[in-house]
Design a protein around this ligand. Structure first.
Ligand code: GLA
Length: 595
């Protein structure tokens, strides 16, 4: 039996200190879980912690996915086979730099859901329905039923968000009522307002921080004298935003902070032990001000996190420094770390086929809608991708500025088919000098979503544009066509092949272009896909979306391609370049480039 007392944790009567590390199954391909988990053992950890992202598992209302990278049951079996215990943080909200903090986008399109993360009846009903599905899958993995799950979290850092303790009670009761009988806990920042907003009486409170453990645990003890000390998220690295500097943390500084936690007698969960990748369109975003939701900062595709086990499962300096600390608290010798999969030979790959997005828009359109003012992505029934908004400006007139309201997140603007500018949320949100020579001009905005905010008051944002004006005049009468990206590569595109790279370059002014090339591989291996000279877009390997790239901004300039995506022989590589590229040649590299 796993028990919690003011003195600490115990398992079957013996004192237990948890040396845990976070690894999110949904950021690592299933074929690679065993190697990553063995690396965690080699690091000196005995427990693995994971979130469960609701939006991955319920992509549309009552359509559930627990296969492949979403196979939570298989993952928990794998953790047990690796000799690790498990801690599960099962949603509804997870933060985690994950799209909308794990909350499905369709909640935002549901008229019965009026507020998130509180006792809004519509929201609670959707959560309950999800728990009916999820919790029975989780329950058999508990230590009380012969599994390895020691404890389960209620919500996530709720003290950073709201004050509705009744909501937390509802979730706790929902977990209990559906068969969770291991201890429940909350996790929050160590300051008073976090702890008084996010904790529940009688449930273990844990704290999250990156340094100054002694202070943090003192803060916890002041408010929660009966809770043993555990750092549920020891931030030993950090994540990156597009357009910002790559963030790293000195390994020795991080190891010192880890040593301080352990010297205090506390349990720890390294956030992250192994970060992995924000594949497809799953990367979330932050805002500079979590209270107002102002200034949007989208998160990059890599979730390497400067963690001790790097994105491809390899040893880092931090790994060795942490291992030296952790081995002081483990019995017996630690297993040796193992090498990750071999790398493919580096070299260029020419993308010899192409097709303009606008030429295949009809084929790719998920929904089309007419409305007086531009409908949101949510109203159009898509989570992510692109929406082409089309309207008319009466003329003759101008020149006047064309401006947008509620841009989320980036728009290519065309007037009568000619590109006139690229707008960005919190950046340039208007095109100056738009003139109409004849009786009208056609205006088109191709709007891209770059991930929903996952932390703070900005949570639950809609994508698209809400209003477009020419001078002070609102433009009415819109057609909107929505293209969902992120799933498989669009099938059966009418590719145009050309002999040379130059001849293959469609006019950059003609808008976004899909490019296709082939990787001939003798033996599958890991590689990094670099796109020097490209702009911004999405990449797919054999139909699997690796995620977004933004070469022009960085800091990440190569996407990790895990070996299970490749096969011996010919492999399909598709890039959707939104901004234009002169020479459609990519590079396979044998080193990461996170900036
Ligand atoms: C918080 C959240 C995590 C993650 C980290 C930062 O602690 O609980 O999900 O977002 O911040 O990486």
């Amino acid at each position: 039996m796993f028990r919690i007392s003011p003195e600490g944790f115990s398992l079957d009567g013996r004192p237990l200190r948890l040396l845990s590390g976070a690894l999110h199954y949904f950021r690592v391909l299933p074929e690679q879980w065993p190697q990553r988990l063995r690396m965690m053992r080699a690091l000196g950890l005995d427990t693995v912690e994971t979130y469960v992202p609701w939006n991955l598992h319920e992509p549309r209302p009552q359509e559930y996915d627990f296969a492949g990278i979403a196979d939570l049951d298989r993952f928990l079996h794998a953790t047990r086979e690796a000799g690790l215990r498990a801690i599960v943080r099962p949603s509804p909200y997870i933060c985690a730099e994950w799209e909308n903090g794990g909350l499905p986008w369709w909640l935002l399109a549901d008229p019965e859901v009026r507020a998130l993360r509180c006792q809004d009846p519509g929201y609670l009903a959707r959560v309950d329905r999800w728990y009916d599905r999820l919790i029975p899958l989780l329950a058999p993995h508990q230590v009380t039923r012969g599994g390895n799950v020691l404890m389960v979290q209620v919500e996530n850092e709720y003290g950073s968000y709201g004050t509705d303790t009744g909501y937390l009670e509802h979730l706790a009761a929902g977990l209990r009522g559906r068969g969770i009988d291991v201890p429940l806990f909350t996790s929050d920042g160590p300051d008073d307002f976090f702890l008084t907003g996010g904790t529940l009486p009688g449930r273990l409170a844990t704290v999250n921080f990156g340094s100054r453990a002694t202070e943090a645990f003192a803060g916890l003890r002041r408010l929660r004298p009966d809770d043993p000390a555990m750092c549920m998220e020891f931030w030993c690295g950090w994540f990156d935003h597009w357009g910002a500097e790559h963030v790293t943390r000195d390994p020795n500084d991080a190891a010192d902070s880890l040593a301080e936690i352990l010297a205090a007698g506390a349990s720890v969960n390294l956030y992250m032990a192994h970060g992995g990748t924000n594949f497809s369109t799953w990367a979330g975003a932050n805002t500079e001000d979590p209270a107002t939701g102002a200034r949007y900062l989208p998160t990059v595709t890599s979730y390497d996190y400067d963690a001790p086990i790097d994105e491809r499962g390899g040893v880092t300096e931090k790994f060795l420094a942490f291992r030296d600390v952790l081995r002081r608290y483990t019995d017996g010798p630690l297993p040796e770390p193992e090498s990750p999969a071999p790398l493919l030979p580096a070299g260029p790959v020419e993308l010899t086929q192409s097709v303009r997005l606008f030429d295949v828009l009809g084929q790719l359109t998920h929904t089309e809608m007419q409305a007086a003012e531009p409908p949101s992505f949510e109203e159009l029934g898509i989570g992510h991708g692109l929406v082409l908004y089309t309207s008319r400006i009466p003329g003759p007139r101008g020149p006047y500025p064309l401006s947008v309201h509620g841009l989320a997140d980036r728009a290519h603007v065309f007037v009568d088919g000619m590109p006139v500018g690229v707008l960005e949320r919190d950046g340039i949100e208007a095109v100056d000098g738009v003139r109409v020579a004849g009786t009208h001009a056609r205006v088109e905005l191709l709007v891209e979503s770059m991930g929903r905010v996952n932390y703070g008051a900005g949570l639950g944002e809609r994508k698209g544009v809400s209003r477009v004006l020419h001078t002070q005049q609102i433009l009415h009468g819109w057609n909107a066509r929505a293209v969902e990206l992120g799933h498989g590569t669009p099938d059966g595109l009418p590719w145009v092949t050309s002999s040379g790279a130059a001849g293959n370059t469609p006019d950059a002014r003609s808008g976004p272009v899909f490019h296709r090339g082939f990787l001939d591989v003798t033996e599958p291996g890991d590689t990094y896909l670099a796109l020097p000279g490209w702009g911004k877009g999405y990449a797919w390997v054999n139909g699997f979306c690796l995620g977004r790239y933004w070469e022009a901004k960085g800091p990440q300039r190569a996407l990790y391609v895990p070996w299970p995506l490749l096969r011996a022989g010919r492999n399909d590589l598709v890039i959707l370049e939104l901004d234009g590229v002169a020479h459609p040649v990519v590079e396979l590299r044998d080193v990461p480039d996170l900036g």
